[in-house]
Design a protein around this ligand. Structure first.
Ligand code: FRU
Length: 520
């Protein structure tokens, strides 16, 4: 009898374990549109990256997740862990909705001095601060349906406990009151919280992550105001001896190529208020598919990088993209830097250095003059990394091409073009004929990023996955992230120069190994 009981218990435990494993990873992650060098959940819906924190050798990535559908719905926090910012280990869901609401976007910090008292100094807590979205209150027509909650983990992010006295920041009567980003401000020994509030950002401070005091507002009537403000971030950046503070804010519509996009402001922060310098609206990424991105907290001083990740999608068509059993992915992790250009301060983005570990054998392209279309590769498979340097001065080109760049195509005659329009001084990605067109017509199109090239070399660096391309041009000053869904994989690569010539100075191609297994 005891033996039978023991067997039944073993079978039940095994079934539970399988079921849990099932939820975490069930496919070989090889579907035709499945990103091979970007994070995506095994199945179902994801949007914003959340709670990115480094702790004890691990980079945590939480994300807006709905485990019951590939359409946005009651939000949870999905979870993945990486030790190299490239390979991701899927983890069980970290935060589930509860009686206070769905779990919207937010951030996580390592409370190393245990200011919250939720752990101990020997075992400090990881603390997540997120927005509760209370659907019944919203449906009842109340304005107070979003407020901030707290959860903590004392086992390195493996399990999470919601704080007993949530919410830690109640709603003051404002409909859009969400996406807290928290960081430690050592000058005043306080935690700071930046919160998106309709058309501006509110700043709060706290000694312990639990009791919050309002400090100031920033942004009313400033920057892009075409959509609601969401997912802010605030952090210092340095160039030479100069330190500036960057306020990043995602805006729901009105991006440079339409729909949702992320703008940033450069200025100063004194522990209470953020003051902006200049008036020009600046964009983190000009492509249509990088939204709600924020940066990691607690990156060790010895590392010192400001690491960013975004959601590779656009609310215009996010619920429709034809991916399959999952919907949504992140961008590549990016290193942000600040540079001074003509007395202005700008962000540059570069693919995280660790991505180089995925490179397979490098192929060098012959430097030569291109006119019309020149095939450079007949068979290949995404993901690929490509680096191109075009000589725009001192070259043998007699008649400088009006448009030039790189083109990927397949037997169905679908093509994806990435290049520079020299007449209008714009980088562009043309996905008009690259396959799937969104039913709402916002997807297909040629999308542009302004850049007047006055340097002798025009450089383009590409990370191209099975259904996305990231263009980092001019050393990362111009970034464009775009999805595409060709009906058949692209098989051929050409360089092109329209109405004139362009000299390719240097070209390199690396096949990239998939992050979902060890080598291809
Ligand atoms: C941004 C956003 C956030 C919100 C979350 C809900 O994409 O709208 O403002 O917290 O998504 O999933």
């Amino acid at each position: 009898m005891n033996k039978i009981f023991f067997h039944l218990v073993t079978i039940a435990l095994f079934a539970m374990a399988c079921n849990r494993f099932d939820k975490i990873t069930t496919t070989d992650m090889r579907e035709s549109y499945r990103p091979q060098v970007h994070f995506s959940p095994d199945s179902m819906w994801m949007n914003d990256p959340n709670g990115m924190v480094y702790y004890n050798g691990e980079y945590h990535l939480f994300y807006q997740y709905y485990p019951d559908s590939t359409i946005w719905g009651p939000m949870h926090w999905g979870h993945a862990i990486s030790t190299d910012l490239v390979h991701w280990e899927p983890m069980p869901i970290a935060l589930y909705p509860d009686s206070l609401g769905w779990i919207f976007s937010g951030s996580a910090v390592a409370d190393v001095s245990n200011t919250s008292g939720l752990g101990t100094e020997e075992d400090p807590p990881l603390v997540a601060i997120f927005t509760y979205h209370n659907r019944p209150l919203e449906d009842a027509g109340c304005d107070t349906f979003q407020y901030q909650g707290l959860a903590y983990s004392i086992d390195k992010g493996r399990s999470w406990t919601k704080y007993d006295h949530n919410p830690v920041l109640p709603n003051p009567g404002i409909r859009d009151f969400r996406d807290p980003k928290v960081f430690w401000y050592s000058e005043s020994n306080r935690w700071m919280m930046i919160l998106a509030v309709q058309d501006h950002v509110s700043i709060y401070s706290s000694p312990n992550l639990i009791d919050w005091t309002f400090e100031s507002n920033f942004g009313e009537g400033t920057g892009s105001q075409d959509g609601v403000w969401e997912c802010p971030d605030l952090f210092p950046m340095q160039t030479g001896d100069t330190t500036k503070w960057i306020m990043m804010v995602s805006v729901g519509s009105g991006g440079p190529n339409g729909g949702s996009a992320t703008q940033y402001f450069v200025g100063d922060f004194d522990g209470h208020t953020f003051s902006r310098e200049g008036t020009k609206t600046k964009w983190v990424d000009y492509g249509k598919d990088n939204y709600a991105g924020v940066t990691w907290s607690n990156i060790p001083k010895e590392d010192g990088r400001r690491l960013f990740i975004g959601w590779m999608n656009n609310w215009q068509y996010a619920n429709q993209i034809p991916t399959g059993k999952w919907r949504g992915a992140t961008t590549i992790v990016r290193e942000l830097e600040m540079v001074e250009v003509y007395n202005d301060y700008l962000l540059i983005s570069k693919p995280v250095g660790e991505l180089k570990t995925l490179r397979d054998k490098e192929e060098q392209l012959k430097p030569e003059l291109i006119s019309g279309e020149m095939e450079i590769k007949k068979t290949f498979e995404f993901p690929l990394e490509v680096s191109l340097h075009f000589n725009t001065k001192n070259s043998s080109a007699m008649n400088f091409a009006e448009r030039f760049g790189i083109e990927f195509y397949n037997k169905k005659n679908e093509k994806l073009l990435i290049g520079y329009d020299n007449l209008n001084k714009l980088f562009f990605i043309d996905r008009t004929g690259a396959g799937w067109e969104s039913p709402n017509k916002e997807f297909a199109g040629i999308h542009y990023a302004p850049y007047i090239n006055s340097d002798p070399i025009l450089d383009m660096h590409l990370i191209i996955d099975r259904s996305s391309v990231e263009l980092y041009a001019k050393g990362g000053l111009v970034v464009m992230t775009e999805q595409f869904f060709s009906r058949e994989p692209f098989t051929t690569i050409s360089l092109f120069a329209e109405r004139g010539e362009i000299e390719l100075g240097e070209g390199k191609i690396w096949p990239l190994n998939s992050i979902w297994n060890k080598g291809k």
